[in-house]
Write a protein of this length. Sequence first.
Lengths: 116, 110
Amino acid sequence: DAGITQSPRYKITETGRQVTLMCHQTWSHSYMFWYRQDLGHGLRLIYYSAAADITDKGEVPDGYVVSRSKTENFPLTLESATRSQTSVYFCASSELSGSSYNSPLHFGNGTRLTVT
Amino acid sequence: DAKTTQPPSMDCAEGRAANLPCNHSTISGNEYVYWYRQIHSQGPQYIIHGLKNNETNEMASLIITEDRKSSTLILPHATLRDTAVYYCIVRDRTASKLTFGTGTRLQVTL
């Protein structure tokens, strides 16, 4: 079924480990986004990408790395996980073009990451 | 992007219309009003968006005041499955990102 899928659904890792969260979309949307959601902070943008090989920082990028070698994939890597990165991570995609960004974002169901 | 103000919580009886207000008094002419909802443990779900005209789709209706300083999302016949946090977001038409606030927690009851 077409859509946006995130994996894994749940992940437990230890402090200092590297972990990669995967995001795959089948719509060929140009834009992709990573958000994190924490109690008391709501949804905050980590990184986003306008197209393959084009990425940009969001509100809370520190401690994260992204890449986008293919349009359909946008992995998020925590190079050395910390407890403060325990969160629920949501990936989203959107078809945005031209001078108008009148197109909604579509979200995956999230990855719940616990760093111990 | 302009900021939005929403009540933190609302209740609605099942089968009745749920009217969720949003204030965006500093909205500019280039900014759209978007509504999303998030059901527990799921990703945010797009509902509807508009610029200045009222909009309707299979999920909801969006009523935007003439001065565009406020809007109301209407779920015509709320069900228990509509219990969620509803986010009103103002987004510049040249911006790719969405900035989420704290939303309104809607509880639909029997």
